[in-house]
Design a protein around this ligand. Structure first.
Ligand code: AMP
Length: 325
């Protein structure tokens, strides 16, 4: 008899203009999990509200994310993709968890400590977001939560809160385990630093070919003359090329550059071809899906219904246990 697959949960805030770093560092590894787990993916629009005040952009970025998941190949019949706010009982569970959580626990949260250290004003959403995150996890009877080492704390907090509720009212919530993801490689941006919107060095995932080429041509290289030998190893061109080319292609370009007589411009052109080949089909699917708003709304409705079916069981259990009948 085949064993029931464990359930994994991944949430991503809706942000516009995803870049190659987001794809290789977050989206692709999350999608990989769908091969071994029963996966739930959610678009964390409630979490975005701690920062954004642009309602129109938020609504549109939710649709961007639906189109992105479809474009990269998520099978929404086998797995669940939904918008967090479509299942409002997550905020109800947040309240039940809040009532068994000491504020000392939240004062230890990284995001709160970082914001405080930077002297930023901290709204209650930012202070309480670990409880909303715990509710996200616990509402869906999640077995595993894929996280980087630095985010292990979130899952531990969710376990603490579930433990407190269970201790008070009986075994109600599944205790989730962190699924520590291997060290995600750091994707370099056009200036060699970590690819990030805040450094303005990103290569967009779904921009058109012309923009992609232009972006890659602006990649910073040293000023070695055309005729001189060049080392692909250790260069940003090389670091990016490695991620998209085969080993044979990498070794070949490396040998031609080392011989001399080849400028960085030519190498960047080959980098463009490698990246473009990799993203071309996804980009076409993205553009087609993003235009088809009816499709995106249907996907959201389908996801909401499936997520709601799981959530309603949990919330019913908790409501009854705490004495709200
Ligand atoms: P951000 O919107 O910058 O917080 O990025 C969302 C997620 O994308 C991060 O949590 C990482 O998993 C991934 N990511 C972003 N930038 C990079 C990068 N340069 N290299 C690898 N992963 C990245």
């Amino acid at each position: 008899m085949s064993q029931k697959k464990k359930r994994s949960l991944t949430g991503l805030k809706p942000t516009g203009n995803l870049h190659l770093g987001n794809y290789l560092g977050a989206l692709r590894p999350a999608l990989e999990l769908s091969k071994s787990y029963d996966c739930i993916y959610f678009i964390a629009d409630l979490h975005s509200l701690t920062q954004t005040r642009d309602a129109q952009a938020l609504a549109s970025q939710v649709l961007d994310q639906v189109a992105t998941w479809l474009a990269i190949g998520l099978d929404t019949d086998k797995h669940i993709l939904f918008r967090q706010s479509d299942v409002p009982s997550v905020t109800e569970l947040t309240w039940y968890l809040s009532c068994v959580t000491g504020h000392g626990l939240l004062e230890k949260a990284h995001a709160f400590k970082d914001a405080q250290a930077k002297g930023q004003e901290v709204n209650m959403g930012t202070f309480c977001y670990p409880i909303l995150m715990a509710a996200d996890i616990l509402l869906y009877d999640t077995d595993v939560v894929p996280v980087g080492k630095d985010q292990k704390q979130h899952v531990e907090m969710a376990r603490d809160m579930a433990g407190s509720l269970n201790a008070a009212y009986g075994e109600l919530l599944v205790l989730p385990e962190p699924l520590i993801q291997e060290e995600v490689m750091l994707i370099p941006g056009l200036d060699g630093r970590k690819m990030s919107k805040s450094y303005n060095n990103e290569v967009p995932l779904f921009c058109d070919e012309k923009t992609l080429r232009k972006k890659l041509m602006s990649l910073k290289t040293d000023s070695t003359g055309m005729e001189e030998p060049k080392a692909l190893d250790g260069s940003t061109v090389g670091d990016l090329f490695k991620l998209f080319a085969t080993k044979a292609q990498y070794d070949d370009l490396s040998a031609r550059l080392a011989k001399g007589g080849m400028g960085w411009g030519h190498a960047k052109e080959e980098l463009f071809v490698a990246i473009n080949d990799h993203v071309k089909e996804m980009r076409e699917r993205y553009v087609a899906c993003r235009k088809d708003e009816a499709l995106l709304q249907r996907e959201l409705a389908k996801g909401a219904e499936k997520a709601q079916a799981v959530a309603s069981q949990t919330i019913k259990r908790v409501r009854q246990a705490v004495g709200l009948r």
